[in-house]
Ligand binder design. Structure first.
Ligand code: MG
Length: 160
């Protein structure tokens, strides 16, 4: 495999682990502030990110290469509200979309069609992640500080 593609894959694997780390920290915030539904949603999200990392891990091994584990960046120390949390979820998913698009472009540049095809799954996944994050953010923004609406939003998230 071309050096550049292997580097991109390893960066993506590490980025997925950071996403899991980030969502775990958000889940803890939601749990501590009494939003058990949002805590559950964010915990599921963290599990999903670990699965994404696992997909990259497996692909690297299948190509006969070595996955490289780097330091995982620290998560934000605190969050201001659930709206703040989902603002950060949405902006993080936009960032991950940028990473995936760059990875797919690099694979095409290097004529690594297996890697290009592999990244397409993530292209579709990111469309969904960004759309869901924006949707939830919109609801929290509309809810403002209304406790009744916040609690019913929390109950919906808890059904995930
Ligand atoms: Mg992901």
């Amino acid at each position: 495999m071309k050096e550049k593609i292997l580097k991109t894959l390893n960066e993506q694997m590490n980025a997925e682990y950071y996403s899991a780390y980030l969502y775990l920290s958000m889940s803890a915030y939601a749990d501590r502030t009494g939003f058990k539904g949002a805590a559950h949603w964010l915990l599921r999200q963290a599990h999903e990110e670990r699965e994404h990392a696992g997909k990259v891990f497996k692909f690297i091994l299948e190509r006969g290469e070595t996955p490289v584990f780097k330091d995982i960046e620290a998560t934000p120390p605190e969050y201001g509200s659930l709206e703040d949390v989902f603002k950060k979820v949405a902006s993080h998913e936009h960032h991950v979309t940028d990473l995936i698009n760059a990875a797919a472009s690099a694979a095409l540049d290097q004529r690594d069609h297996a890697a290009y095809s592999f990244f397409q799954w993530f292209v579709d996944e990111q469309m969904e992640e960004v759309s869901i994050a924006n949707d939830i953010l919109g609801k929290f923004t509309a809810a403002g500080n209304n406790p009744g609406i916040l609690l019913s939003l929390d109950a919906v998230l808890g059904q995930r």
